[in-house]
Design a protein around this ligand. Structure first.
Ligand code: BG6
Length: 467
């Protein structure tokens, strides 16, 4: 008998900027990524999402493929500037209609929509006019945007997530400078991140006040951090990494407060986050209904006396990544016995079980959706067929690891591989593929099912028994 509950949501995921294209169609405003990706030297070989998979124009064809795959649920994100070209104020009805039609199309096939409100594409106007996430004004703007989503889609969407991976868009956006707005300042990063937590809490509060019939959550990176040795220094460095990477991002939405020790450290050293009156209560009173977790890899951590920098492998040349870290705190090091992808991400399925159980231990039996998991690879094409066997192997092992967590008592309710279709990887271009469906860039973006498509079809129809 399957270890997965009978109503388990087998899905797949995408995000607006990475898949839609149509970046200036039908009244859409520009997003921060529309602007940033056109600046020289920001992305892999200058790739951008102007066209992407052109899902905006081809969504019916894509949803038909989702239905053929047997998907029970589809996780997508809404582009804020498609609805509010300036981030607030006037609504672009054509944009509202696009998602409304997409939702109807999904429901036509019995596919449950899971809507992410913010997967990193901020209206550029909010960056220019108020300074984006650094301004408290963005909290009202986000609430207004959330309200519109509830009003227009709340009758049909039952699963909502406010933010995707705050650690990434605030970390890379304000600390390492690799995402827009390209800032490198820990103080600004921590305060911007605080505004995200407050915007999230306000959106949850409004959701409940408006009586939307559904569940609302938050999506975080799930990354277990393990010490590279048992030395006291490495173990201590690892505890700090776990607090920074995990507790800082999960505690505010699942406990309604920051981890006390780390908060004191940040406020003493940098004077942030600064709380406005009412922030603490707002966080406390608006705990998530569920948590979405995106799992790709674990990190091995060591005490750090030398490395100060953050240069990732964005080329897909195995071994080209450098050690990353903050001197005096901790660094991320390679596991000499590990299996790695071409982008130097460790393949470690056991880490998914471990990390889920760590969440379970710290926050109780909170409902969990695995909102992303997948293998980024340059898929081999043999005689015109995309033979992505490594992806099948990766997903099989991670589905098994999910099953282990369920056996141990975790309340995992759904699994959304990243990604349904090949799409733009923010800094890695189109050569880092994740999809069940290949996009032929040379042939008018024609869709083609990969080997993994047929495999996942069987996984779904057997409720995870046939792997
Ligand atoms: C997550 C994001 O960080 O990982 C996705 O939510 C992203 O948007 C995915 O594409 C894979 O990362 P990358 O860098 O390989 O595209």
């Amino acid at each position: 008998m399957s270890v997965f509950p009978k109503d388990f949501l087998w899905g797949a995921a995408t995000a607006s900027y990475q898949v839609e294209g149509a970046h200036d169609a039908d009244g859409k405003g520009l997003s921060n990524w529309d602007v940033y990706s056109h600046l020289p030297g920001t992305t892999y070989m200058g790739t951008n999402g102007d066209v992407a998979a052109d899902h905006y124009h081809r969504f019916k064809e894509d949803v038909a493929l989702m239905a053929e795959l047997g998907m029970k649920s589809y996780r997508f994100s809404v582009s804020w500037p498609r609805l509010f070209p300036k981030g607030r104020g006037e609504v672009n009805e054509a944009g509202v209609k696009f998602y409304s039609d997409l939702i109807d199309e999904l429901l036509k096939y019995g596919i449950e929509p899971m809507l992410t409100m913010y997967h990193w594409d901020l209206p550029q106007a909010l960056q220019d006019e108020i300074g984006g996430w650094e301004s408290r004004e963005i909290i009202d703007a986000f609430e207004g945007y959330a309200r519109l989503l509830y009003e227009r889609y709340g009758d049909r969407v039952k699963l909502w997530a406010t933010f995707n991976e705050t650690i990434v868009f605030t970390g890379l956006g304000y600390l390492t400078g690799m995402h827009p707005p390209g800032v490198k300042d820990p103080k600004r990063a921590i305060q911007a991140c605080h505004h995200v937590f407050i915007a999230h809490a306000r959106a949850v509060e409004t959701f409940r006040k408006m009586g939307v019939q559904g569940q609302i959550g938050f999506v975080n990176v799930l990354q277990p951090n393990d010490p590279i040795t048992n030395s006291a220094e490495d173990v201590k460095a690892c505890e700090l990494a776990e607090a920074c990477f995990t507790h800082w991002f999960y505690d505010p939405v699942l406990k309604g407060e920051y981890p006390a020790e780390l908060l004191a450290m940040a406020q003493t050293a940098l004077g942030v986050p600064v709380f406005a009156p009412g922030d603490a209560e707002l966080m406390k009173n608006n705990i998530c209904d569920f948590i979405g977790v995106n799992y790709y890899k674990r990190e091995m951590i060591a005490a750090n006396y030398d490395v100060d920098g953050f240069e990732m492998n964005t080329s897909g040349q195995k071994g080209s990544g450098k050690e990353l870290g903050w001197k005096g705190l901790f660094k991320l090091v390679r596991n000499p016995n590990g299996r790695y992808t071409d982008w130097d991400w460790e393949i470690y399925p056991e880490g998914l079980t471990d990390a889920i159980m760590r969440i379970n231990k710290r926050y109780g039996n909170v409902p969990i959706y695995i909102t992303e998991n997948g293998l980024g690879a340059k898929d081999p094409i043999v005689n015109g067929e995309v033979l992505d066997q490594p992806r099948i192997d990766y997903l099989r092992e991670h589905i098994q690891a999910t099953g282990e967590a369920i056996k141990l008592g975790a309340d995992v309710r759904g699994y959304y591989p990243w990604s349904f279709i090949d799409l733009l990887s923010w800094l890695n271009g189109y050569q880092k593929q994740y999809g069940f469906v290949y996009i032929d860039q040379e042939n008018g973006l024609a869709r083609k099912k990969k080997l993994s498509f047929g495999w996942y079809q069987k996984v779904i129809s057997s409720n995870g028994e046939e792997l």
